[in-house]
Design a protein around this ligand. Structure first.
Ligand code: FE2
Ligand code: FE2
Length: 247
């Protein structure tokens, strides 16, 4: 049964609460923690930040915009949540005396692929980034003793769980209105997925491994989330505003 969640309400309802983080907590990262997390946090901070204008432009032209009048405003709030992740990570890094990255090749590849894509592929590429974010922030939350960074990770993980549901529902609607992928397209997409997992493992294993992941558990976790998205089937979401469709 497809979930029927009013995403506009979900995203709007939590915007203010997500700003409530313990910024004034005196604990800062230890030297060892800084060494462990800085480079990978810098990459995620860069990757979370995007103005989203290309995505909204594609979305406005799609049938989702005509099927659901809440779709574009919900998408804009979704983009704002990603920008908030980036803003909070930037503030955290600066508080710890770490510089922010201006660019990174992984981020550039993701942005380039999204620029070349239509709405569906654009959403699929975004979903891959959100899937790998789940084990990453889970591991990060485990390896740090900083209450601020732990709270930041908890917020982001809560948001990303909903983002996966939001995008799964959007992708399910888009799938209904197009031809199936041919074998070459499936092969290319699988190649992109595998490459993404390998790159993320390579770039972030210094956090993932001490956070309890092996390559196998990381890739299996990502594969499980990917099949949840593909089938648009998730466990019951905990405690956020769900609403039945208006009769
Ligand atoms: Fe995010
Ligand atoms: Fe997200």
């Amino acid at each position: 049964m497809a979930e029927n969640i009013r995403w506009l309400e979900v995203f709007a309802a939590r915007a203010a609460a997500r700003e409530l983080l313990p910024w004034s907590h005196p604990q800062v990262l230890t030297i060892d923690e800084l060494r462990l997390v800085t480079a990978s946090l810098q990459q995620f901070q860069l990757g979370e930040g995007s103005d989203g204008s290309g995505l909204v432009r594609r979305a406005r032209k799609s049938r989702l915009a005509t099927l659901d009048h809440d779709f574009i405003p919900a998408l804009e709030l979704f983009i704002k949540e990603e920008q908030r992740h980036s803003r909070h990570l930037a503030r955290f890094l600066q508080r710890e005396g770490a510089a922010l990255l201006r660019q990174h090749w992984v981020d550039q590849v993701f942005r380039h692929v999204r620029k070349c894509a239509g709405l569906e592929l654009c959403l699929r590429v975004l979903v891959m980034a959100e899937i790998v974010a789940v084990p990453y922030y889970t591991a990060l939350q485990r390896v740090t003793t900083s209450p601020l960074l732990q709270a930041l990770c908890a917020n982001i993980l809560g948001d990303e769980a909903d983002h996966l549901r939001f995008q799964a529902a959007n992708l399910a609607l888009l799938r209904r209105s197009r031809r199936g992928w041919d074998a070459a397209e499936v092969l290319l997409w699988r190649g992109f997925q595998v490459a993404t997992l390998l790159v993320v493992w390579h770039e972030h294993r210094q956090v993932l491994e001490p956070g309890g992941y092996t390559w196998n558990s990381f890739r299996l976790d990502c594969a499980r989330l990917l099949s949840c998205v593909n089938e648009n089937r998730f466990e019951e979401p905990a405690g956020h505003g769900r609403a039945a469709a208006a009769n």
